[in-house]
Design a protein around this ligand. Structure first.
Ligand code: PRX
Length: 634
């Protein structure tokens, strides 16, 4: 049964939709947007220019995304399960919320937030593990028009504080602690540390996950389980303008400080709903599981908003793929009869390395479609995924997109397109891709490579970077005139299929997570013994890219394991464990041009072990540095 009006089901459908989206984008998106519930119809579909930049979709319209995610499904699907929560420990009971129950939980959370003083437009930092309250809180913010800024619960207190301060959040949501495999990790104390540097925060709402007796500041901290007893479960959805800010999500770029990508209400809703239905070929009744954390954009769009907009059943998993053993994902798939499974190549590679025995005890017969996101999926991982998880019968849909794009940009559309391992596929209708050379000239035709840009807005393109529109312009719209630049290189094959070739800027992708090399260097340089550092990515069997740091120390006698530990500690303290360098090489100097610029190309080659293809080094200030770096490489 296909009750989703804009579902593409065949190649012909795709071609027609794509053509319509280019011939008359306004008309195309008007039709799609009409399938959602609006409190007030928009008066103009699109206003845009890519110079300032300024993009507005569905101008004058009013809506609330949670009404589209929850209320509108009540009549037909009130008793259908909306959210399945699977805990870290397989022996703990999993929880299920029907659409009716989820709305009730969201409304209660919304009323607690209102009771704390949260108002439309306020920024709320959510620093929570993958517990149901994270879903309630995110949707509750959207319900009352507060702007959520979710910070992945693996970030350090410094990183949380930076993000809270950048967005001037007055409210923070957190938990006592969290489960992570066999470990229990403090969460509230991370927030407490951050609070010392966050003057704008008035209230902190604390969820009880582990029954820990954490420190509570009498004037600031509130237990959720106490506050929720004081409220009812009715909360009207606030009318939001299409272009009102909906959420901020921090992401790394090539400069030091992460930037707050801003998405707005109308366009984000339309694109998240449209892509979810089509990319995953979702059919009513399917159980969908995206293994990302809601702290990343994948979790925003494809654990919460996309699936709920389509009345789907979505799975949220608290744990890790390897606990209690590397069969956990496959056990959860059987347990909840998951039909569509969406994960990252890094997870596939790590489970592949644990051996196929962990898969064999599970039937996996419910699976219909597999997805991949975050980095290119290499051929070996693709074949393992296809053979052992999909049993050769499930299409694999690779999905290329970014925090800034809000939803998938390139994909195989749930197997509608031919599949080719390591190729992301074709542009989603509405996405007008263009490849350019270094000077911004279009590279036309097929069988070509270049820098990947987009020449026309789609509804969920980022609108700004919070508090600093100029940064948005410089980062995405200034490199090539009139184009949005992704920062990625790509190849367009003879048949028009796209293959992503990796970042062309100073951003590295570690286990599908983005870090600016400058951001990691800043953290390393905070270590007192360090004079200077340079970070590059190198191919890593599991993580895709590993972090390779070249470090100049104050005194060479410091080049020992203790210093290495101190450097790692500094990164953990300033960013979090996820950005720990894999390799640290102590060097006497860095390869610099006469103008003082580090030649990362050379450092990358050395880290990759390609020391015979370093290219021209004669322009270096001191070419001898390179010999020393090569001789002591790790
Ligand atoms: O380099 C691309 C890579 O991840 C970057 C976006 O990272 P982030 O904003 O954290 O979002 C990750 C999940 C949407 C891109 O610029 N990337 C993401 N997906 C793919 C990919 N590279 C190749 N293939 C993909 N499927």
């Amino acid at each position: 049964m296909n009750t989703i009006p804009f579902r593409i089901q065949t190649i012909e459908d795709y071609k027609n939709a794509y053509k319509a989206s280019v011939d008359n984008p306004e008309n195309f998106w008007d039709n799609i947007a009409s399938n959602f519930i609006w409190k007030k119809k928009w008066s103009k579909t699109l206003e845009w220019e890519f110079i300032s930049p300024q993009v507005k979709w569905f101008v004058g319209g009013e809506l609330n995304i949670t009404e589209n995610c929850l209320d509108r499904h009540l009549e037909e699907k009130g008793n259908q399960v909306a959210l399945i929560w699977e805990p870290n420990d397989p022996n703990e009971i999993s929880l299920q919320y029907t659409y009716k129950e989820l709305l009730s939980e969201v409304n209660k959370m919304a009323n607690v937030l209102k009771g704390m003083g949260v108002q439309k437009g306020d920024r709320v930092c959510i620093y929570l593990p993958m517990i149901p309250e994270l879903a309630f809180a995110t949707l509750a913010c959207a319900r009352i028009g507060a702007i959520h800024s979710i910070v992945f619960a693996g970030f350090s207190s410094n990183a949380v504080a930076d993000r809270i301060n950048d967005a001037q959040c007055a409210f923070v949501l957190t938990s006592d602690g969290m489960n992570r495999g066999a470990k229990q990790i403090p969460v509230k104390s991370v927030v407490d540390e951050a609070m010392a540097n966050c003057p704008t925060v008035q209230k902190v709402l604390v969820i009880n996950r582990l029954n820990w007796n954490v420190h509570m500041d009498l004037h600031r901290d509130i237990w959720y389980h106490e506050a929720v007893n004081q409220v009812n479960d009715l909360c009207e959805a606030t009318a939001m303008g299409s272009e009102d800010e909906m959420f901020i999500l921090y992401t790394s770029g090539s400069t030091g400080k992460p930037k707050g990508v801003v998405h707005t209400c109308g366009g984000y809703m339309v694109y998240a709903g449209y892509t979810f239905a089509n990319v995953f070929q979702y059919n009513p009744g399917d159980v969908f599981w995206c293994t990302a954390d809601i702290g990343w954009v994948t979790g925003h769009s494809y654990i919460l908003y996309g699936p709920l907009l389509q009345g789907a059943t979505t799975v949220m998993f608290e744990g890790v793929p390897t606990f209690p053993d590397p069969g956990r994902f496959w056990q959860v798939i059987d347990k909840h009869s998951v039909n569509i499974f969406y994960t990252a190549p890094t997870a596939i590679r790590s489970l592949m390395a644990s051996g196929v025995d962990h898969v064999l005890s599970y039937s996996l017969h419910s699976l219909k479609l597999l997805g991949s996101v975050g980095e290119p999926i290499n051929e070996e991982a693709w074949h393992w995924y296809h053979t052992h998880i999909g049993k050769g019968k499930c299409p694999i849909v690779d999905t290329y997109w970014q925090t800034e794009t809000g939803g998938v940009m390139i994909s195989g559309m749930g197997g509608i397109h031919p599949q080719r391992p390591s190729y992301a596929g074709f542009p989603i209708p509405g996405i007008q891709l263009i490849l350019v050379d270094a000077d911004g000239n279009e590279i036309e035709g097929n069988g070509v490579e270049g820098n990947l840009c987009v020449k026309f807005p789609w509804p969920s393109i980022l609108r700004t970077t919070y508090g600093d529109h100029e940064r948005c312009r410089i980062n995405y719209f200034a490199t090539y005139k009139n184009l949005y630049f992704t920062g990625d290189g790509a190849r367009r094959e003879e048949d028009g299929m796209y293959r992503l070739l990796g970042r062309v800027d100073d951003v590295i992708n570690v286990s599908g997570h983005r870090f600016g090399t400058a951001e990691i260097e800043d953290a390393i340089n905070q270590c007192k013994k360090v004079i200077e550092s340079a970070v590059v990515g190198y191919p890593h069997d599991i993580k895709g890219q590993g972090i390779y740091a070249y470090v100049i120390l104050e005194h060479s006698e410091n080049s020992n394991d203790q210093t290495r530990d101190e450097i790692i500690e500094s990164v953990v303290e300033h960013i979090g464990k996820i950005a720990k360098p894999d390799k640290i090489q102590f060097v006497g100097g860095l390869p610099k041009t006469r103008s003082g610029k580090i030649m990362r190309r050379i450092l990358r080659k050395v880290a990759e072990g390609e020391i015979n293809s370093l290219g021209d080094t004669t322009t270096l200030l001191d070419p001898k540095v390179v010999d020393e770096i090569i001789s002591s490489r790790l």
